[in-house]
Design a protein around this ligand. Structure first.
Ligand SMILES: [Zn+2]
Length: 155
């Protein structure tokens, strides 16, 4: 077995206040796992997205997450879980006033192609985005694939 303490892990850059990578820490063979803390306004994800090959489960431990889906916005509270299938577009955001703590599990570990949509002010609507790490590694940028505008910066 392998045991991991969350407080021993370093948070990654990204759209969440705290994003702890558990996949390698636990040596997971087939699943991917992350622990998140979201301050108000934070998100698990860089945009409205779908993983081609991976299903995902979110277990909300504290606070309240609003998941945008293609159909409607769905609120998931502490003590509730949400599952998204491969290819299903979603984005979880902390739209509340309290911090969110949540565990996310995905399988298979390789999510396959991930399509990310974000609002691009220059294109005037939601466009496909790619992520790039700044040359000085200070931030991750979301870039509109249609026009090259940076639509988000995450550190
Ligand atoms: Zn654009």
């Amino acid at each position: 077995m392998r045991k991991v303490r969350l407080d021993d892990l370093d948070s990654r850059m990204g759209p969440a206040a705290r994003s702890l990578p558990l996949t390698d820490a636990l040596g997971l063979a087939d699943a991917a796992m992350n622990f998140y803390e979201l301050e108000p306004g934070d998100s698990f994800a860089y945009g409205f997205h779908a993983h081609a090959e991976q299903e995902e489960v979110f277990y909300v431990l504290d606070g309240e997450v609003t998941f945008r889906t293609l159909d409607e916005d769905v609120t998931v509270e502490a003590g509730e879980l949400a599952r998204f299938g491969p290819g299903e577009f979603q984005q979880g955001v902390n739209e509340g006033d309290e911090p969110v703590r949540a565990l996310a599990v995905g399988a298979p570990q390789d999510a396959g192609e991930t399509e990310i949509l974000r609002e691009c002010p220059d294109c005037g609507g939601e466009t496909t985005q790619e992520l790039s790490l700044a040359d000085d590694h200070s931030e991750i940028r979301a870039v509109c694939e249609s026009c090259g505008t940076v639509t988000g910066r995450f550190d």
